[in-house]
Design a binder for this molecule. Structure first.
Ligand code: GLY
Length: 651
């Protein structure tokens, strides 16, 4: 990439700002959008630079943390000279007192310098420790920074360097095409575009991309040492379940709880009680100091508690999130490595933090995470079978793993239906309410034949010729779902079909019924002809999906409406489920390759010679088509292009 590269960064916390500054210093044009600067975990942190006190085990994460800690003096100096402000970097060392003699082994910090201190020695290092302290570790190279001052200085530095900072801008969606980000959709600024994008939105990343990053709440408080008192605290104390961080301005920061409660705000009496008890046990003098402030924040945590850094499923989107307890510490190294990966070469260390470790069951990837092998060749091959990151199918707030829906009609026997539904791996099964009501052939015993604790029922209004009839039957469908134990099932597949020959749906009746059912709280999945304008109108009135037909119901004619379905997919903000007419797995795959979100297939399975085998084939085809869509097909060319070119792309 050249010096004109323009980069858009999502996230105004320490990570986003540090990356913005680094890229700006390397001559990029940089825009940074931040939803709420003050909400970032950056402000809630204590500012410890504590790879050793945090007991991070030897391996790539410790390497990353130690490299970052080493960068800190120079990095903060640079920021201070850019802005004329200070950020309170203080290489004060960290003492980690313990209450029992047992853990006299080191924290496993590899080569990093550390020293064990017995009771007498630790009291020389830090007089006034609680009487239960029996010794502890001394980490002379761990340090601290005033994280709030750091946040301010980063903001000022970014502004003075000319980063275009847009505060109060929330991302609604990332627009993607063929594994390329083409724009960031925001409420406040419309669509923002750049050559390259960086996602650094901390615990909020999950709301933007389906990454496994979740909030881990931490409650904190600060005390103020009264003016006439010398607190005697000259270094950070990192005791069991508590840390006490003295600042040079008489404040003492105490933290932190670690709570898996989503984005539940506020301080709680029990959270603060625990912190105070532990802090006083460790350093009793604190009990007399006035409390200055209470606050909380949300650390971004991943399942393995390691960050996600570098590549993403889109070629021009880089990830920098999931720093969990170490965001402040890791800011300088993250900025350096992310800028390198965008502008030059990714550092091999980034491979350990690749997002695909959560999606790729390739054994060598997990082995890498344990053995910490540095062999770049092995690492790359581990990703050669990588699956693109996919989000689950989400309809009206419910998520589904399978993208194939099936039905219960037209089977020759109930047992065949049961086996086929199992073989399809589907999670949504549509049921014609009318046929159940009238005990139509094949529909007796349906409720008992399937395990409705595992399958989500999609009642459909098949057999209804008018909007009024469909509305009535939808209400019956809701009752039917309740009888099956699905109390909260408000789904309905809306079919208004006056035409018995081609079974084509009535667009006007469908729209009218949809509007009414939505008013009644239904999640409406309307069956429609492949009409892009109608699809949009239905989405606008609040339908949960649109379900265009590939060709007439049960006809097995395949994807006759591909061009219009393609337009519907392009325009849709709700899942597009291709429904009806698919006869073979190749047609199923083809529909998914277009970018459909899901398929509904009934007749082609139920009437096949071997329904269960066909169900499985359809399931594989749905998956293959989806994967091919995510993988990005080659463009169609008019002329041949040799498979073994002389100038290859592999060196
Ligand atoms: N860095 C300490 C914490 O997250 O509580």
């Amino acid at each position: 990439m050249n010096a004109k590269t323009d980069v858009l960064i999502i996230g105004g916390g320490v990570i986003g700002l540090a990356i913005a500054i680094e890229l700006k210093l390397r001559s990029c044009q940089v825009t940074l959008i931040s939803r709420d600067f003050q909400a970032a975990a950056t402000h809630a942190a204590a500012g410890m630079l504590a790879p050793q006190a945090e007991a991070i085990p030897a391996g790539p994460m410790l390497d990353l943390c130690l490299r970052s800690r080493t960068l800190y003096p120079e990095w903060t100096q640079k920021l201070e000279s850019l802005t004329g402000e200070t950020c309170g970097y203080w290489p004060c060392g960290i003492l980690a007192p313990v209450y029992s003699q047992e853990p006299r082994h080191s924290h496993g910090n590899g080569e990093a310098v550390q020293e064990w201190l017995d009771r007498e020695a630790i009291n020389l290092y830090q007089p006034g420790l609680g009487s239960e302290v029996v010794g502890g570790w001394w980490y002379p190279e761990d340090a601290q920074v005033d994280n709030r001052a750091l946040a301010r200085i980063l903001w000022t530095a970014a502004q003075s360097l000319g980063v275009d900072i847009k505060e109060g801008v929330a991302v609604e969606a990332i627009q993607q095409q063929q594994r390329h980000v083409v724009g960031i959709q925001t409420k406040e600024e419309g669509v923002l575009q750049a050559t390259h994008y960086v996602l650094a939105a901390g615990a909020w990343c999950h709301e933007i991309l389906p990454l496994p990053v979740h909030p881990r709440k931490g409650q904190m408080l600060s005390l103020r040492v009264p003016n006439n008192i010398y607190s005697g605290l000259q270094r950070v104390l990192f005791g069991p379940g508590i840390y006490i961080v003295p600042r040079r301005d008489q404040r003492i920061i105490i933290g932190a709880t670690s709570e898996d409660v989503g984005f539940t705000p506020h301080n709680t009496p029990s959270g603060i009680q625990v912190l105070l008890e532990r802090a006083i046990r460790l350093y009793p003098q604190l009990q007399h100091y006035p409390i200055q402030e209470l606050w909380w924040g949300f650390r971004p945590v991943t399942p393995d508690e390691l960050p996600i850094l570098g590549a993403s499923p889109c070629r021009n989107l880089t990830l920098a999130t999931g720093h969990y307890r170490n965001g402040i510490l890791l800011a300088p190294i993250t900025a350096t490595l992310i800028a390198d990966s965008i502008l030059t070469q990714p550092d091999p260390l980034l491979e350990y933090f690749h997002y695909s470790r959560f999606y790729n069951s390739h054994p060598s990837t997990s082995k890498l995470m344990i053995t910490h092998s540095r062999d770049a060749a092995t690492i790359s091959s581990a990703h050669s079978t990588e699956q693109p990151l996919d989000r689950p199918l989400t309809i009206a707030g419910r998520t589904f793993r399978s993208r194939l829906m099936t039905g219960t009609g037209k089977y020759r026997a109930l047992e065949q239906m049961r086996q086929s539904i199992a073989a399809s791996g589907c999670q949504i099964v549509t049921v014609a309410v009318r046929r159940v009501q009238t005990n139509a052939p094949g529909h007796e015993g349906l409720a008992e034949a399937l395990d409705w604790t595992k399958l989500w029922m999609l009642p459909n209004t098949a057999g209804c010729q008018t909007a009024e009839e469909a509305i009535r039957v939808a209400r019956l469908g809701r009752e039917m779902a309740k009888l099956l134990g699905q109390e909260d099932n408000n789904f309905v597949k809306l079919e208004v079909i006056p035409d018995p020959k081609y079974l084509l749906p009535d667009p006007i009746g469908t729209l009218q019924a949809a509007e009414q059912l939505i008013r009644e709280g239904f999640a409406v999945l309307p069956y429609i002809n492949a009409d892009p304008i109608l699809a949009k109108r239905l989405e606008d009135v609040g339908c949960a999906t649109v379900m265009p037909l590939a060709s007439p119901i049960g006809s097995g004619q395949g994807l006759k409406n591909a061009a219009n379905i393609q337009i519907i997919i392009e325009n849709a903000g709700v899942p597009v489920v291709v429904d009806a007419g698919i006869g073979t797995p190749s047609e199923a795959a083809q529909s998914m390759e277009l970018g459909a979100d899901a398929l509904l297939i009934n007749t082609a399975i139920a009437q096949a010679q071997n329904p269960a085998a066909m169900a499985r084939a359809m399931s594989l085809a749905t998956e293959a088509g989806r994967l091919a869509y995510l993988a990005g097909r080659i463009p169609v060319k008019s002329y041949a292009s040799a498979s073994s070119p002389l100038n290859g792309t592999v060196g």
